[in-house]
Design a protein around this ligand. Structure first.
Ligand SMILES: C[S@@+](CC[C@H](N)C(=O)[O-])C[C@H]1O[C@@H](n2cnc3c(N)ncnc32)[C@H](O)[C@@H]1O
Length: 415
């Protein structure tokens, strides 16, 4: 027999703070800080259908109710969001659930969301990124995420007190688990997720840890809710924790073509400096034809770099890219920072080989000048050379060709 599915629908336009009936599930798509002024959008459309609306639906109203809209970005936004979510939580049984959709790339806004959900008595129990920017509705150009994070929340039942260092420690496995689950389902040939999506997922994983505690050290919720969010204000400890999630993500997402073997790849990555990781990740992005400025800013944040413009050939929006080995020439070789890293020496060796059209110069440089022992570093040098050799882009063509030849020479070199 066919199952009979019955349902009752009830459409009400009401302020989330005024809801006075209980539901097992609440699914919300809240305004994201100051991203969009929904009340203004509503007024634009009401100009057309405002009159019709009240004749078709006599119980509805046709003004935008500006005063009730959750808006702004600071204390007012946080407090009205807490009031909305507290009310929904109060109107939900203990085994009820909430689903919250959220998209924002700023760690500060995620810190606000953590605070809001936490103050409302909710705990994030799982999170998933779904692709929302599809070809069908048009992909926006620029530094946009392709997905929205969907958070699943329950009433927090725990009485546990968490300490900041302990929480920071717990976040690592949680972020890694979240990213691994995304990598496992990713289509290798036609990827759905961008680095921005992984960053969002890292934020969500950090929220899962943060909101599981009833009390976080001596964090004063009132003070946190009223904390101004601007450049001069102290950063909230919650924001620092959430940022640490992005750092973990940056270290977890290693470019695959650096080495076929995963363990070797992780070892290699671990031994590279933050500047080298930034450069190598940047090349990966470039190899996908991505020239967005914001991607580099996010990487710099993720790897904790203050200065990276010296590595860029162009910093213009949508044209941002790294210098090739030949474009770098001798610049900054041997100076502190990127200049004294193994990657920089390998790049310089390539540029010499390209200029002289002779691999022996490059080999000599590597043997005489690289920091540490050439023989000990040989495998890493080979991996970097081969990584560069695979760059599929026109402005890398010449450097990549000579990197292949230099790699062959290094490989066959013996004591
Ligand atoms: C991100 S949008 C939701 C978009 C919607 N899911 C859609 O696909 O069209 C956020 C919505 O929250 C509404 N909102 C703002 N303040 C509210 C409040 N106090 N109670 C209920 N909804 C509110 C805004 O009017 C806006 O429509």
């Amino acid at each position: 027999m066919e199952p009979v599915i019955t349902n009752a629908t009830n459409v009400k336009v009401v302020d989330a703070r005024q809801i006075d009936y209980s539901n097992d599930f609440w699914i919300t798509d809240p305004p994201y800080a100051d991203a969009i002024n929904y009340h203004e959008l509503t007024e634009y459309f009401l100009a057309w259908y405002g009159k019709k609306l009240t004749s078709l639906f006599p119980d509805w109203y046709s003004d935008s109710r500006r005063a009730l809209a959750v808006k702004g970005s600071d204390e007012a936004f946080r407090r009205s969001m807490v009031d909305c979510y507290k009310n929904l939580t109060n109107n939900m049984p203990d085994n009820g659930m909430q689903v919250v959709m959220f998209t924002h790339q700023d760690a500060g806004v995620w810190a606000d969301l953590a605070l809001i959900l936490w103050a409302a008595g909710l705990q994030v129990t799982s999170a998933w990124t779904i692709a929302t920017e599809t070809d069908a509705i048009g992909i926006k150009k620029g530094n946009y995420v392709q997905g929205t994070v969907t958070l699943v929340l329950r009433k927090r039942q725990s009485n546990e007190v968490g300490f900041l260092d302990e929480i920071t420690h717990d976040i690592k496995p949680e972020v890694e688990r979240q990213l691994q689950s995304m990598l496992d389902v990713e289509d290798k040939d036609d990827p759905n997720f961008t680095d921005s999506d992984y960053q969002l997922a890292a934020y969500a994983a950090a929220l899962r840890v943060l909101t599981s505690y009833k009390q976080i050290e001596d964090l004063d919720i009132e003070r946190e809710l009223s904390r101004p969010r601007n450049k001069n204000a102290d950063k909230s400890p919650i924001e620092s924790i959430i940022e640490s999630g992005v750092k973990i993500a940056s270290n977890f997402l290693i470019p695959k073509s650096l080495h076929d073997d995963e363990i070797t790849r992780r070892d290699l990555w671990r031994n590279l400096s933050a500047d080298e990781k930034f450069y190598i990740k940047g090349l990966e992005i470039e190899s996908h034809g991505d020239y967005r400025q914001g991607v580099y800013q996010e990487f710099a944040k993720g790897f904790g770099l203050r200065e990276y413009t010296n590595m860029l050939e162009s910093g213009k929006a949508n044209e941002t890219r790294l210098k090739t080995a030949s474009e770098f020439k001798r610049r900054e070789v041997g100076t502190p920072g990127f200049g004294s890293t193994l990657t920089r020496h390998v790049l310089f060796a390539i540029s010499q080989v390209v200029a002289a059209e002779d691999v022996s110069l490059g080999l000599r440089w590597l043997k005489e000048e690289i920091p540490g022992d050439y023989w000990q570093q040989k495998q890493t040098i080979l991996s970097i050379l081969r990584y560069i050799a695979k760059m599929p882009i026109e402005h890398w063509q010449e450097d990549a060709k000579w990197a292949t030849l230099l790699a062959g020479t290094v490989e066959n070199d013996s004591v």
